[in-house]
Design a binder for this molecule. Sequence first.
Ligand SMILES: N[C@@H](CCC(=O)N[C@@H](CS)C(=O)NCC(=O)O)C(=O)O
Length: 217
Amino acid sequence: MTATVSASDPLVLYGESTWVSPWVFHAMTALEEKGLPYTLELVPLPIDAERRARLTERALLGKVPVLVHGELWLSESLAISEYLAETFPFPAHPRLFPAELAERARARQVMSYLRTDLMALREARPTSSVFGAPVVTPLSARAQAQADELIRLTRRLLVPGRTSLFTTWSIADADLALALMRLVKNRDPVPDDVRAYALAQWARPSLRAYLDRAELT
Ligand SMILES: N[C@@H](CCC(=O)N[C@@H](CS)C(=O)NCC(=O)O)C(=O)O
């Protein structure tokens, strides 16, 4: 699957029309943070068979987000932000990942954890309840245990007086804030420092580009 791409090729992001995807949120935040012009193409979920087949053919997987750049069609949110970081690098463009190697490794660890864990919490506190009406049912023991782990991990990384996990902002902050907002928005107990961190991220303009649309939908 070779693809010819020039950095000056237009960028297109495929998102979804209900604005509930944490993965589209990640990709859009990356584009916004980089300050890159791009066009949004919104597809309804579930993706219909014809569209899915077309996406699968070009992007290998029939899911959104998909970033189109020249002949490259790329799915998987983390692959997209890594591609943008390397194609539009610092200092001409703001960083998406920490400059320092150990911090970068930690950022990737956090993002990997957020993508592969927290299933019970994600089910109990879906993104629709972050952007729309809160859920009233209490967390199951399993979801609560995952929420406790999420909070413990955040507090271990937070440095008092800093609004980002690492020395500078990184795309891991956006992902972690969204996970924490599943609790904040549903009025589940969250310690003040963790809530303040999540809310500071929530106000960041690169995140607002997605959130403003999601909260309107
Ligand atoms: N691991 C993927 C997950 C992408 C994903 O699951 N996307 C969902 C929307 S949130 C999707 O496109 N689902 C297709 C469908 O529901 O038809 C990523 O990080 O981008």
